[in-house]
Design a protein around this ligand. Structure first.
Ligand code: SF4
Length: 384
């Protein structure tokens, strides 16, 4: 590791990283991108990066613009300390008309917040050296959907400038992380049974680990009780959950409002069946696409140690919540759309919230409010 002088507290890290097989094919689409990442979504930066920018020596006009661009959050954490405030067009104020970044042009790449510098790449170095590209970028989804092959992982030497934390997990914790992750990814990619049952098996593993972390994963009981589908109960929960996003998520509000209007005062099951039939006729092998998005997101979020879950039972609740919410958005929003590009646009925008906000935290709280967090109800949500 080489200490860098320009930005204190960071190192230039060159190391072998575990990456999914689509990682090496990633290149930004630039001007061809339908939904550029400099526009339309809330981006947060860490406290360390905020103060680097705050203390940066630059001309007055850039300084004024930066002060308006990076605003501390009301409820900051060290990792999410300030957000980029977009202009009236929904763009980052530092985005120039020629598509370049003013901060990058004036002060160089090394002062850019990491999200801007590396996006959609997400390097992780605490439990393992890992990196993937986020589902929130349309190019990532195009790469994921290029083949039906399960995601495989490989080793690639990469270099990132990043902040290295002083405290690191112990080796036993790192070994446990990798062991559970690999085992559960194997379950999610076992296509001999439906995806919703594979997720339930991951739930059996996570719940057992909450009781006893040292146990042999191969010996955990993976049998599943038969659960009858219950559309009424599942959609009652999902429609209520999505109400919260109408009020609180500028990125998902329109999507959730559109779906609400579709269902209000209609035969809910008939609307769902119609939308599902259309979705499945347009998006071939949709279960495989959901599986690949789920695995890529789990890897990005460092499953099973999601940042905002307190135990493995919560990790499972958030995993189920993510999967059912993504399907809910996809199946219903595609009702009048007919191409895979439409699907990619909807999913990439949805994952901007799922991957880069406290979605896991929120979905757990929302499912708790609906009394929908026990194993039986979660299975019902998965089963439609
Ligand atoms: S969303 Fe992805 S492809 Fe589009 S501009 Fe950003 S990094 Fe490039």
């Amino acid at each position: 590791m080489i200490n860098t002088k320009k930005v204190p507290g960071t190192v230039m890290l060159k190391h072998e990283f575990i990456v999914p097989d689509h990682y090496k094919k990633f290149t930004c689409k630039g001007g061809e991108c339908r939904n550029t990442c400099c526009s339309g979504w809330k981006v947060t930066i860490s406290r360390q990066q905020y103060f680097v920018l705050h203390g940066l020596s630059c001309n007055k006009s850039l300084r004024d613009k930066m002060d308006r661009t990076f605003k501390p959050l009301v409820d900051p954490t060290p990792e999410r300390y300030a957000e980029i405030v977009h202009n009236y067009e929904g763009n980052c104020p530092l985005l120039l008309d020629n598509g370049l970044c003013q901060l990058h042009g004036s002060c160089g790449e090394e002062v850019l917040p990491w999200i801007c510098r590396y996006y959609p790449r997400g390097p992780r170095i605490d439990y393992a050296f890992e990196a993937t590209v986020a589902n929130s970028c349309e190019r990532t989804l195009e790469l994921l959907f290029e083949t039906n092959n399960p995601i495989r992982f490989e080793i690639k030497e990469l270099t990132f400038k990043m902040q290295v934390k002083d405290s690191k997990p112990k080796q036993e914790e790192k070994d446990f992380y990798k062991k559970v992750q690999q085992f559960c990814f194997g379950l999610v990619q076992d296509r001999s049974i439906p995806l919703h049952d594979r997720i339930r098996k991951v739930g059996n593993i996570l719940k057992a680990l909450d009781n006893h972390r040292e146990q042999d994963l191969d010996k955990i009981d993976l049998t599943l009780d038969k659960i009858e589908p219950d559309f009424g109960q599942a959609y009652h929960v999902l429609l209520n959950v999505s109400e919260w996003f109408i009020e609180n998520s500028p990125s998902l509000s329109e999507y959730c409002s559109t779906i609400k209007e579709m269902y209000d005062n209609h035969d809910n099951e008939a609307v769902y069946r119609k939308n599902l039939n259309h979705f499945e006729s347009v998006i071939k092998d949709s279960e495989i696409k959901f599986e690949k998005m789920l695995i890529n997101n789990m890897f990005f979020r460092q499953f099973p140690f999601f940042e905002s879950t307190r135990n493995f039972t919560e990790t499972y609740i958030s995993l189920v919540g993510t999967y059912v919410f993504v399907r809910y958005i996809a199946i219903n929003l595609m009702h009048d759309k007919n191409t895979v590009d439409d699907f990619i646009d909807i999913m990439s925008k949805t994952f901007r919230v799922i991957t880069h906000t406290r979605f896991e935290n929120n979905i757990i709280a929302l499912l708790q409010a609906e009394r929908a967090t026990d194993t039986f109800i979660l299975a019902k949500l998965l089963n439609i």
